[in-house]
Ligand binder design. Structure first.
Ligand SMILES: Cc1ncc(COP(=O)(O)O)c(C=O)c1O
Length: 305
């Protein structure tokens, strides 16, 4: 049974509805596109953050963890959500942050500090080395009661929470789309969708073909038999957190016509990619596509500050 504190948190979450995207060129192709609004779940632990953290936090609480240590960039949605969750649950949190400490902390880092997270800045080379530690008890120097959470929450336990979003979808569909950073969310989706559904990931990073192996490795311990998944690698716009005018223009137009906020690192790139694929005739007429809005809107502050 889920920990009482997590049950209380889950009760306060918003409802992730399905919103149809009304766009003449999409309807003309005979395609239906929906957004699953995980961005509405919570202002901080939003989108895939709650999905991925739920059973990791459950595990950490069951182990009587007093501190969770994790890693991420200076605008990390993952660290931001973890800091907030740690404060709520009474677990101390610590972050290994990529790069030098900035003179002035950005809004994401300030929130994390205000929520009690200890911030440690590490060089890019040391940061890369941390990626080798993939299980909760593997970080060298870990003390009793401390829990290591790999980058982006990339652990088997994250897949269980992501899988729950599939059960919430009460509409028949042909394909699911999701943005990819570590591709843990994609793996969780693939682990849970019926075999006849296609799943498309949209890589937020350049040169992300290695994610295919990451997904296979995350799926190894699941009973998944779905092979209908593909990671689209061509919508990175130059690399992680890189943006181009055509992407910003797309996001602005989408926000105006659909009244739904996006961010340029994950959901903006995914939707740009979906629109592009639809316009190329990649999807068949009559297909219904559901894209997951994975939240992360706090990161937008990085583009206005
Ligand atoms: C808003 C948002 N969407 C998508 C992703 C990508 O998720 P994953 O790392 O599971 O591929 C992230 C990163 O965790 C994110 O913050």
């Amino acid at each position: 049974m889920l920990n009482k504190q997590l049950v209380a948190l889950e009760k306060k979450l918003g409802v992730s509805t399905l919103t149809q995207i009304i766009e003449p060129f999409i309807q003309e192709q005979g395609i239906e596109l929906y957004l699953k609004r995980d961005d509405l779940l919570h202002p901080v632990i939003s989108g895939n953050k709650w999905r991925k953290l739920k059973y990791i936090l459950e595990h950490a609480l069951a182990l009587k963890t007093h501190k969770i240590i994790s890693m991420g960039g200076a605008y990390s949605n993952h660290l931001h959500a973890l800091a907030y969750a740690g404060k709520l649950l009474g677990i101390r949190t610590e972050a290994r942050i990529r790069g030098e400490r900035p003179e002035v902390l950005n809004p994401t880092l300030s929130d994390m500090l205000n929520w009690g997270m200890h911030l440690e800045f590490v060089s890019r080379s040391d940061y890369r080395l941390l990626r080798a530690y993939k299980a909760y008890d593997t970080l060298p120097g870990l003390q009793e009661g401390e829990y290591w959470l790999p980058e982006g929450g990339a652990m088997d336990l994250a897949l269980l929470g992501v899988a729950e979003l599939i059960a919430e979808i009460d509409l028949d569909y042909d394909a699911l789309c999701v943005p990819c950073g570590t591709a843990t969310t994609l793996a969780g989706i693939v682990s849970a969708v019926p075999n006849d559904k296609q799943v498309f990931g949209f890589a937020a990073l350049k040169g992300a073909a290695y994610l295919n192996d990451e997904v296979k490795s995350l799926l190894k311990n699941t009973a998944c038999h779905n092979n209908e998944w593909v990671i689209q690698l061509q919508y990175h716009f130059g690399g992680f957190a890189k943006i181009r005018p055509e992407l910003l223009q797309f996001i602005q137009q989408f926000e105006q016509t659909q009244s739904i906020k996006l961010e340029p690192i994950y959901t903006g790139k995914m939707l740009y990619g979906i629109y592009d694929l639809i316009s190329q005739g990649y999807f068949k007429s009559g297909q219904r596509i559901i894209a997951i809005h994975t939240g992360g809107l706090q990161g937008n502050r990085g583009f206005s500050s």
